[in-house]
Design a protein around this ligand. Structure first.
Ligand SMILES: Nc1ncnc2c1ncn2[C@@H]1O[C@H](COP(=O)(O)OP(=O)(O)OP(=O)(O)O)[C@@H](O)[C@H]1O
Ligand SMILES: [Mg+2]
Length: 261
């Protein structure tokens, strides 16, 4: 049963196994239990292959767990939910469609009328700093601009939860930092719940209310750190002693895991 008191996302004893093409069993996640409250910005870090993408796919309802349950708003997830938006490492835009048409595309896929959402599409495009590029094609945009379009596309149907899998991983350091602060601004305005996977500990601490550190495969939650740094965060936040303490704690945990795998 859905309940207002239930956390937005909850995982109980979630294990996910895969059988590879050569027939080997791989346990990607093992007995993960986790609750995420509404409006939290949660970042997930851990060694490569520890099951971060798998975790997002389970929460997105793209695949079922082998054992355990994943709930959204207290209801067991059986399929992808319209309450969830996803942004991946690569933007995956339709090359023949303009920025504006790409942003509206998810609504067409859902069979919704796009007319009532056109103003919102323009507003989102403005919000991510792409005003004036509505009619440009993806090939006319930089990687960072394309990723901004995919953020608009994930937000256009007002999902309650935004899942982001290393969304800035393919970008240069400066664009990455710019987009991080832009995302914080959007989050502050829209107040979505966000689960954000990253390999960057700086990014993880800078963005989050809470950082979840996963172990090497099979992935489990080894550390769950509330980040109590004041908001709004700024480019100077990472030079504060408090920030450095958080980063150090998380880095030691991630590196201990990476060496153990
Ligand atoms: N469809 C699949 N079939 C078989 N094995 C899979 C499949 N998807 C993931 N795995 C395995 O599950 C484990 C976890 O993969 P996952 O992609 O979740 O890791 P990750 O933490 O996102 O890694 P990275 O940081 O490199 O992106 C890996 O060992 C991977 O090989
Ligand atoms: Mg991954």
């Amino acid at each position: 049963m859905a309940s207002a008191a239930a956390p937005l996302v909850s995982l109980e004893g979630v294990t996910r196994r895969f059988v590879t093409r050569s027939g080997t069993d791989v346990t990607a996640l093992q007995e993960v239990s986790l609750a995420i409250e509404r409006d939290q910005f949660v970042t997930v870090v851990g060694p490569s292959g520890c099951g971060k993408t798998t975790l997002l796919k389970l929460v997105g309802g793209i695949m079922p767990p082998t054992l355990g349950t994943v709930r959204l708003n207290g209801e067991v997830l059986a399929r992808p939910s319209r309450k969830v938006g996803m942004v991946f490492q690569r933007p995956v835009l339709l090359p023949w469609r303009s920025v504006f048409e790409n942003v509206l595309f998810p609504l067409e896929m859902l069979g919704w009328r796009t007319a009532p959402r056109k103003d919102e599409a323009r507003r989102l495009i403005e919000l991510v700093g792409l005003g004036g590029f509505e009619n440009a094609l993806p090939s006319e945009l930089s990687g960072g601009m394309q990723q901004r379009v995919s953020i608009c596309r994930a937000l256009i149907y007002e999902p309650e939860l935004l899942l982001m899998d290393e969304p800035f991983g393919a970008l240069d350091a400066m664009t990455r930092e710019d987009l991080s602060f832009e995302l914080l601004r959007i989050w502050n305005e829209k107040r979505k719940t966000v689960m954000f996977v990253t390999h960057s500990i700086t990014e993880a601490v800078l963005l989050a209310d809470r950082v979840i550190v996963m172990t090497a495969r099979p992935g489990r939650v080894v550390m769950d750190v509330p980040i109590t740094l004041p908001r709004p965060r700024t480019p100077d936040t990472e030079f504060t002693a408090e920030f450095k303490d958080f980063a150090k704690t998380i880095k030691s945990a991630v590196y201990a895991e990476a060496r153990g795998c």
